[in-house]
Write a protein that binds this ligand. Sequence first.
Ligand code: IMO
Ligand code: MG
Length: 430
Amino acid sequence: MPNIVVVGAQWGDEGKGRIVDLIAEKVDVVVRYQGGSNAGHTIVTNGQTIILHHIPSGILREGKLSVIGNGVVIDPQIFLEEIERLRAAGYKVDEENLKLSDRAHVVMPYHKQVDIAREEKMGRNRIGTTGRGIGPVYEDKVARRGIKVGDLLHPESFSARLRAVLEERNLYLTRVLQKEPLEFEKIFEEYIRYGEQIKGFVTDTSKLLNDLIDKRKSILFEGAQGALLDVDFGTYPYVTSSSAGSGGACTGTGVGPTKIDMVLGVAKAYTTRVGEGPFPSEISGEIGEKLRESGGEYGSTTGRPRRCGWFDAVSLRYSARVNGITAIALTKLDVLSKFNKIKICTAYKYRGEIIKDFPSHIEILKNCLPVYEEIDGWEKDLSDVKDIKDLPYQARAYIDRIQEATGVPIWIVSLGASREKVIFLKDNLL
Ligand code: IMO
Ligand code: MG
């Protein structure tokens, strides 16, 4: 079994949880490598809808190990609630099947406060973050003043570190953001308690993963957010603060690139985006509204309505290039059954010129107009389709055109949220 990275190829919400859940059956370990509670990975199984924020989507498969790597940022309160919710739904979550890196950074109360207050202050220029403290916690990590999961297990050094960091953060909160300062004792006690509650899961996950690879166990690396929200290759500054692309799989787990065999990009059959930032194939008005309602396009973490648009082959070619994507899982094709004409954006027009490469600077991207090809819709319900041969010919033509326009083979097509609503187009690549 190969080791495989599953990465979002658009602006997040591509259906990564659904695809990871599908492939998890065939691997031994699923590891999350970046992001935190800003992610909302939705899986529908046995009529239950489960939304995961930190915990890998492999947790729903019996006998699989779930690992939260060092690149993830943990909000202990949300993490513990997530465990309780899974247990209440009948899933096994314990120290045997869930491991958490001692190197992962911890989201502290001041990170959330700063995130929310900053967005308020920025007004029209806001990023549209999830308000989960993600930017500020990664900021502290890089500035070398972060608190790690392992720190919560060492009260004395944690106390000294928190005191120093809080002093600085309180100055920022009060002087710059005009908010109330936070109290040391309260945070210290709360987080020491979290340390007690999570310590059974905590370990050196890089060592664990490499040992398992040596024993020929197979690993699935589950990305959060998407390639176009990556801090380096996304539509900066309208991005998240981590390496959401496939490169993050190495830095976020401590597994070297020589151990990774394939990169599966997950893309929706159309495009969505939550929050601010350029989106060339966005559709406003009635059609955009219809797409949102048909696809249930509301954020699983924040409930915000997602912006909707047609499939963008330009940005997908780019995602494939910067992430080394070797195959695509195309999700939510069934949602397009409601449309008699479907468009694919195959190029952009910038100042009257046609461009085929995704621009590297936002000043160009935000002035790009989409160039569309129009394709006939199939207007048939796809929910009972089990084989590629049973797809309406227009749907097959749509899939073929996407493969051609992106230059990447489509391996999996998902036709609904539940596990069985899926077809494999190629011989099993695993
Ligand atoms: P999953 O893993 C879609 C977006 C936010 C905002 C930007 C920065 O479920 O696909 P942040 O809170 O990360 O600082 O916000 O990134 N964003 C997501 N959009 N899916 C996600 O996760 C996202 N996580 C963050 O809307 O535009
Ligand atoms: Mg989501």
